[in-house]
Design a protein around this ligand. Structure first.
Ligand SMILES: Nc1nc2c(c(=O)[nH]1)N[C@H]1C(S)=C(S)[C@@H](COP(=O)(O)O)O[C@H]1N2
Ligand SMILES: [Mo]
Length: 243
C-alpha cells in the first residue's frame, strides 16, 4: 500500500483502523492485503467503509440471536433526568397534537387503517427498564412502556417474511430495522413518556440496537423488501448496529 498518499486522510483512516481493530482484530495493512485495495484517496476510503459496513450488516444479521435478551435494570438505576439527543436542539422538538395524531401504515401490511393514540393505548401494554446506548459515547438507563412491536405487526397483518420495517418521523428523521429484530420480544412501540420523556407521541424502543435505531416522533411505519436506509445510516453509520 502506498502510505504517502494517505496523509491527508489521516483522521478518517485512524478511525477506520480503530474500528477494524476493535471489531475484527484487523489492522488496515491486513485489510488492504485482504481486499487488494489501495486506499489512495478519500473516495476509495469511503467506498471501502461502505462496503465493509454492508458486509458487517450481513454478518451481524447472521449472528443475531432472536432469543437473546438485552440486560434489564431496576427502578433505582433509571437516569434522572434522562438525556435528550437529536440532530437538533431540544427546544426544536416537533410538537404533535395527540387528539388528531394518526399513525400511518404502508407497504406490505394487510390492514393499513391508521391508528389513533387511544386505540394504541387500548392494546395490551408492556414495560421495560433497559439501557439506551448512543454512538456518540454516552448511555442511559430508562423505562419505556407501550405495545410489543411483534403483537402490533401481527395485528395489522404485516408480512412477517419481509426483510425490513421502516419508520418516518415528524422531524426529518427516518430509520429502518431488520424483521427478526422487529419481532424480538423486547422491541416496543413506546407510548408513555413519563420516565424516559423523549419521542412523544410514539417511539420505537429497541434495546438490542444502538440509540439512533430508536426513532422518536414516529408518524408512519412501513414494511418492505427494498432497503430503506435511515437518516444516520445514509450518512455512513452501520445499518444493523446491534448493541
Ligand atoms: N425522530 C428522531 N428520532 C431519533 C433521533 C432524532 O434526531 N430524531 N435521534 C436518535 C439518536 S442518535 C438517539 S441516541 C436517540 C436519543 O433518544 P433520547 O432523546 O430519548 O435520549 O434517539 C434517536 N431517535
Ligand atoms: Mo445517538
Amino acid at each position: 500500500m502506498k502510505r504517502s498518499g494517505l496523509s491527508t486522510f489521516r483522521p478518517q483512516i485512524a478511525r477506520l483502523e480503530r474500528r477494524l481493530f476493535l471489531k475484527q482484530g484487523l489492522s488496515l495493512g491486513a485489510l488492504s492485503l485482504l481486499s487488494g485495495c489501495t486506499l489512495k484517496d478519500d473516495d476509495a476510503v469511503d467506498r471501502l467503509l461502505f462496503a465493509m459496513s454492508r458486509f458487517n450488516d450481513k454478518m451481524q444479521a447472521a449472528l443475531f440471536d432472536p432469543a437473546k435478551l438485552a440486560p434489564t435494570y431496576t427502578e433505582a438505576e433509571i437516569a434522572t433526568p434522562f438525556p435528550f439527543n437529536a440532530y437538533y436542539e431540544e427546544k426544536d422538538v416537533p410538537r404533535i397534537d395527540s387528539e388528531t395524531y394518526r399513525l400511518r401504515l404502508s407497504g406490505l401490511i394487510a390492514d393499513k387503517r391508521p391508528w389513533s393514540l387511544s386505540e394504541l393505548r387500548a392494546l395490551p401494554q408492556a414495560s421495560q427498564i433497559t439501557r439506551l446506548v448512543c454512538v456518540e459515547g454516552w448511555s442511559a438507563i430508562g423505562k419505556w412502556r407501550g405495545v410489543l412491536f411483534r403483537d402490533f405487526l401481527e395485528r395489522i397483518g404485516a408480512d412477517l417474511t419481509a426483510r425490513y420495517v421502516g419508520f418516518r418521523c415528524a422531524d426529518k428523521y427516518y430509520s429502518s430495522i431488520d424483521m427478526p429484530s422487529a419481532l424480538h420480544p423486547q422491541t416496543l412501540l413506546a407510548l408513555d413518556f413519563t420516565d424516559a420523556k423523549y419521542g412523544d407521541p410514539l417511539r420505537l424502543r429497541i434495546p438490542t440496537k444502538l440509540g439512533f435505531k430508536n426513532p422518536k416522533f414516529i408518524h408512519e411505519i412501513f414494511v418492505a423488501n427494498d432497503y430503506p436506509g435511515g437518516y444516520w445510516e445514509d450518512k455512513g453509520y452501520n445499518w444493523f448496529s446491534g448493541s
